[in-house]
Design a binder for this molecule. Structure first.
Ligand SMILES: Cn1ncc2cc([C@H](O)c3cccc(CNC(=O)c4cc(-c5ccc(F)cc5)cc(O)c4O)c3)ccc21
Ligand SMILES: [Mg+2]
Length: 214
């Protein structure tokens, strides 16, 4: 049977990356997506913005919505201190299987917990199942029509605290108009836009950073 794009991406990582070296995994995926096949990873340009937000925040508890092949999981986890924890939710079993191997190749499995399932099912279970009180940082990169309902769900479940940072991918392309309107007009958030480009292209895209004010 034909291979899938995530499988071909994993093959490129196996071929070109060095086990235990997260930067080589990141570079291998970016090279594959630029020169072989485009894939919906955040990419190197928006990825650098993600790096700077994470480095400035130094979060202990991180939630990622939408793992895909684990590219942004590796970008975030490589910057976390060993005691920190990143929980990443992926509902597609094939993507999850690839991501587990990418995360292992980067040598970051000790600080990453990949959970297979949908955000709306797992967000309400974070406290009792993972012993999480609140998250310091949330990266949103799953279905664009889930950004807003899941943000409201995290608020309702008490998973956000004064100062929690939400960072949302693709706020221009494909776009998340209802989410943007909410975080930019709600008195509970301080929001700002980081202009960039859609991964591996010249099209405009950007990240929205929103601090929960409690
Ligand atoms: C509920 N739940 N809980 C966990 C969870 C996890 C998933 C999957 O990881 C998954 C599967 C398919 C699509 C996405 C969203 N991503 C995108 O759709 C996207 C598109 C483009 C783009 C841009 C221009 C194009 F021309 C084509 C695609 C660029 C980007 O960076 C993207 O992130 C996420 C889904 C629902 C989930
Ligand atoms: Mg994205």
């Amino acid at each position: 049977t034909r291979s899938t794009r995530p499988q071909r991406l994993l093959n490129a990582v196996r071929k070109h990356a060095t086990r235990g070296d997260p930067q080589s995994v990141i570079s291998a995926i970016d090279h594959f997506c630029r020169h072989s096949e485009w894939a919906m990873n955040i990419g190197d340009e928006k990825g650098s913005i993600l790096d700077s937000v994470v480095s400035e925040l130094n979060p202990e508890k991180v939630l990622e919505l939408g793992t895909y092949c684990g590219y942004s999981t590796v970008r975030i986890a490589r910057l976390l201190p060993p005691g920190a924890r990143l929980i990443t939710l992926e509902f597609n079993a094939d993507y999850a299987a690839i991501a587990r191997q990418v995360i292992a190749l980067a040598g970051l499995e000790d600080r990453v917990q990949l959970v297979e399932g949908a955000s709306e099912d797992w967000i309400p279970r974070m406290k009792e199942h993972f012993g999480i009180e609140t998250f310091d940082f949330v990266f949103l990169d799953h279905w664009k029509d889930r950004y807003l309902p899941d943000t409201k769900l995290m608020e309702d479940c008490g998973l956000l605290r004064k100062g929690t940072v939400l960072l949302a991918d693709n706020v221009i392309c494909p776009g998340v108009p209802d989410y943007l309107q909410y975080v930019r007009n709600s008195l509970s958030y301080k929001s700002c836009y980081f202009k960039s480009h859609l991964e591996y292209t010249k099209a405009e895209d950007g990240l929205e950073k929103s601090v929960f004010l409690g």
